[in-house]
Design a protein around this ligand. Structure first.
Ligand code: ATP
Ligand code: MG
Length: 202
């Protein structure tokens, strides 16, 4: 049987190998660039992760912009925290969920008007991080022209980071992105009858 000191020595050797490997990979990553991050999938954690990155960015003093393409029923904590922040320009689409408005023409004009704010941010080199929350639905429903969205993302300042959230991200967005996470729904309390909880859900 392996003694405790043999086990410790084996662990140390394995960790040394791991450190060498990690150090090599860190040394090889020398590029700085504005990233396109897409957070998609059916699980919980897309917008809250995106606002986590916004919090980091604001913490570093970076100028940020947020455009929310779907307005929820609840006044969300991220809006309360960031909308008055001097480093953050915050726009919310002035309609509710699409299944609540039930008016395609009104949704399209709201989406197009809201996208104009996104385009302004994507052209401004002083804005270092742009969060386009729930943008994917505007493409899924065909409310926004995918070519126009892809072009604005592609033409943005080279050092500007963009974070896009929403289910069923368009394939072209995924191809253009640098980092894509597909959040899996393993379980969600809502399906067990728990209503939305302040701080966790909104
Ligand atoms: P969050 O804002 O909590 O990170 P999200 O952005 O990943 O969630 P959305 O699809 O935008 O998810 O939905 C926002 C709201 O719906 C939140 O209140 C969230 O808790 C809830 N929600 C997210 N995923 C699920 C799910 N799989 N089942 C039920 N409710 C969900
Ligand atoms: Mg969300």
């Amino acid at each position: 049987m392996e003694t405790s000191s043999e086990r410790n020595a084996r662990h140390k050797k394995a960790m040394q190998r791991k450190k060498e490997h990690v150090d090599q990979r860190i040394a090889a990553a020398t590029v700085d660039k504005g990233l396109l991050v897409v957070l998609t999938g059916n699980g919980k954690g897309k917008s809250s992760s995106a606002f986590g990155m916004l919090a980091r960015s604001v913490g570093h003093g970076l100028r940020c912009g947020v455009v929310q393409f779907i307005k929820g029923q609840w006044e969300c904590g991220e809006h309360l925290l960031f909308s008055e922040h001097p480093l953050v320009e915050f726009h919310v689409m002035n309609t509710g969920f699409t299944w609540e408005t039930q008016d395609r023409e009104a949704d399209i004009s709201a989406a197009v008007a809201t996208w104009a704010h996104a385009e302004t941010l994507l052209k401004n080199p002083d804005v270092k991080v742009v969060l386009l929350d729930e943008l994917t639905y505007m493409l899924t429903y065909g409310y926004l022209d995918a070519d126009r969205v892809i072009k604005a993302l592609g033409d943005r300042p080279a050092d500007q980071h963009v974070i896009i959230t929403g289910r069923n991200a368009n394939q072209r967005l995924i191809e253009l992105a640098d980092t894509v996470s597909d959040v899996t729904d393993v379980k969600h309390a809502f399906n067990a009858g728990v209503r939305v909880q302040k701080g966790i859900d909104y």
